[in-house]
Design a binder for this molecule. Structure first.
Ligand SMILES: C[S@@+](CC[C@H](N)C(=O)[O-])C[C@H]1O[C@@H](n2cnc3c(N)ncnc32)[C@H](O)[C@@H]1O
Length: 313
């Protein structure tokens, strides 16, 4: 089967009306009465947890200029502004509908908005930016699907390849991305080019969070919940478009070659789970789970299925 490029750009530009059915971890924790908050040690929002975590790990926790790419409803930036009102945020989004939602959510603050595809923006946008946030957007970027592994053979000249395959080959060669285990593989082309763009511009701090294809789960939860892991990004079918999970180790290799220091882990590192008697009871009696319990079990799985990278230099 010939390879294809999966892209969500047209969907986000024109068809998207709401993120409602695409429940991100940030949105799941947004309502103050969200049941998901009850399994955390501190029952607070996603943005507040992330802000606190970044304060503890960033060499310059007093950042002011922050760019959020793909901010969805704007809840994450709203939390950041509540924690640090002197922030100067720039919100870039490909979706006019979601950019308008961000304007509504952040109406009380001084924020700059840009409509556009990050992969097509001028690098000048990144000048002076101290922190970039990309939460649950990398899976939206173009993914090459069913790429033949043969294109990586050294006796095959890159000149024989079409444009997209040339880009893939260049990334494998430049960043020593290894050899896929299967004869054809999926490749996070856009996500890797996005990280390359940020690293090339020398942005001092970058937060990336997304559904990982390399997730793992600690022993004490492994008996109760499963996370999916595979060598190559996996398709997630959503309303009106498909996304792909992210091979975090590829992004890591790009950042390493630009001499970034890297922190990597599951979202559970900053969304600390309270492993209480009631959670244990819920996990051991899953056959009796009601709707609320199902939400909690799914959310707990997401805390390990989603990984972050913090890139610092
Ligand atoms: C799944 S939503 C995540 C929203 C939010 N960050 C969250 O965690 O709830 C993906 C976001 O990325 C935006 N997006 C997708 N592709 C983009 C691109 N190429 N350039 C800029 N924004 C993009 C979408 O419009 C949307 O706001």
């Amino acid at each position: 089967m010939p390879y294809t490029i999966n892209t969500t750009a047209e969907y986000h530009r024109g068809k998207l009306e709401t993120l409602g059915w695409e429940l991100t971890v940030s949105n799941a924790l947004h309502p103050e009465n969200s049941p998901c908050r009850t399994i955390l040690k501190a029952p607070s929002s996603y943005g507040r947890h992330l802000y606190t975590y970044l304060q503890s790990v960033l060499p310059n926790p007093d950042f002011v200029s922050v760019l959020e790419i793909g901010g969805g409803y704007g809840y994450l930036m709203r939390d950041f502004l509540d924690c640090k009102p002197d922030l100067k945020p720039l919100m870039l989004d490909i979706s006019p509908v979601l950019l308008q939602k961000q304007r509504d959510t952040l109406k009380d603050f001084d924020v700059i908005y840009r409509l556009g595809d990050f992969l097509e923006t001028d690098d000048a946008l990144l000048k002076g930016v101290e922190l970039v946030l990309m939460n649950e957007i990398l899976g939206d970027f173009p993914t090459a699907v069913d790429v033949p592994r043969d294109i990586l053979q050294h006796d095959l000249s890159p000149q024989a390849l079409d444009n997209a395959l040339k880009r893939i080959r260049r990334l494998f060669d430049s960043y020593s991305l290894g050899t896929p285990q299967t004869v054809t593989f999926h490749f996070n082309l856009g996500a890797i080019e996005a990280v390359e763009k940020l690293c090339r511009a020398g942005v001092p701090a970058i937060f990336l969070g997304e559904h990982s294809c390399e997730a793992s789960i600690p022993e004490h939860f492994a008996r109760f919940i499963r996370v999916e892991a595979s060598d190559s990004p996996q398709r997630i079918a959503l309303k009106g478009h498909d996304e792909y999970t992210i091979k975090m180790s590829h992004l890591q290799k790009v950042a390493e070659s630009y001499h970034y220091r890297i922190l990597r882990g599951p979202f559970a590192d900053f969304l600390d789970v309270s492993y209480s008697d009631s959670l244990l009871a819920l996990l051991t009696n899953q056959e009796e789970a009601d709707d609320r319990d199902e939400i909690l079990i799914h959310f707990l799985g997401d805390l390990f299925q989603y990984e972050y990278l913090i890139l610092l230099r």
